[in-house]
Design a protein around this ligand. Structure first.
Ligand SMILES: Nc1ncnc2c1ncn2[C@@H]1O[C@H](COP(=O)(O)OP(=O)(O)OP(=O)(O)O)[C@@H](O)[C@H]1O
Length: 244
């Protein structure tokens, strides 16, 4: 069965002042796939996903989700359509309990009564291993648990497309293993776009990889194709601690 493209960009471009952060990006993401987006610091990864989510207005080009041009839609409308995301910078509400953070995210998506919201919230907190910390103030959680809480805030929205910007940054090894299991558990049911510097995580989760360099797509392919690509080696893989 040919894969359906859930997300596509055409000529997506962002210029900040004189900086060409993204130039003319044509990109397709097949439904149900885990795709990693990699590239050196400053390559334009966060800018690209910012334009997908609606946090950063594009200078030019289109974002097409489920066949609809969403380029002009604000972020909350994209969430309602099925896009969820976590940011590079922790964005939990530090003075609220973990459960309330997830409930706020759930209410942005689901039109349910409070009991319905809390049922979804508690199921996600259990899935992500934070059930016993649900009543703790988010700001008191360890950094790693705050990152997992953010993932729970995305997951509770039951997204069709889940975009994660450096989710494992600052996580302990055991937490990274849990994260890899979580992503692999979502494979097939949720389309995932993962910005990730940890090549071990990329190789253990991604079915496809897109490499950005200087704001343009340098290469796109299966993990083994990307690993074997000489241009990618020169631009990126040689500069990070790549496992095997
Ligand atoms: N708000 C902004 N104003 C001006 N320049 C910006 C802004 N955001 C990003 N840039 C520039 O755009 C380029 C791409 O940055 P971006 O953060 O998208 O890269 P990245 O690949 O996500 O990097 P990293 O891996 O370090 O997070 C960089 O040159 C950056 O300095």
């Amino acid at each position: 069965m040919a894969a359906v493209t859930i997300l596509e960009t055409k000529g997506l471009t962002k210029v900040f002042g004189g900086i060409h952060a993204n130039t003319d990006i044509d990109f397709q993401l097949p439904e149900g796939q885990v795709m990693a987006l990699i590239g050196p610091n400053g390559a334009g990864k966060s800018t690209f996903v910012g334009m997908l989510c609606g946090r950063i207005p594009a200078t030019a080009g289109q974002v097409i989700f489920k066949g609809e041009d969403i380029s002009a839609l604000p972020a909350h409308k994209r969430i309602a359509m099925g896009i969820a995301y976590t940011f590079q910078i922790t964005s939990v509400f530090a003075n609220l309990p973990a459960r309330e953070n997830v409930a706020l995210a759930a209410r942005r998506k689901h039109r349910l009564d409070e009991a319905g919201i809390l049922a979804k919230v508690d199921a996600v907190l259990a899935r992500i291993g934070l059930a016993d910390r649900a009543d703790q103030i988010a700001g008191d959680l360890s950094y790693g648990h705050q990152r997992l809480l953010e993932i729970a805030m995305g997951l509770v929205q039951e997204p069709e497309l889940f975009i994660l910007d450096e989710p494992t940054q600052g996580l302990a090894d055991s937490e990274i293993t849990e994260f890899v299991d979580l992503i692999n558990g979502l494979k097939g049911s949720t389309t995932i776009l993962l910005i990730e510097h940890n090549m071990d995580v990329v190789m253990r989760t991604a079915q496809a990889i897109t490499v950005l360099n200087f704001g343009e797509i340098l290469a796109s392919g299966s993990p083994s194709e990307i690993k074997a690509n000489a241009e990618v080696q020169a631009a990126y893989l040689g500069t990070v601690h790549a496992e095997d």
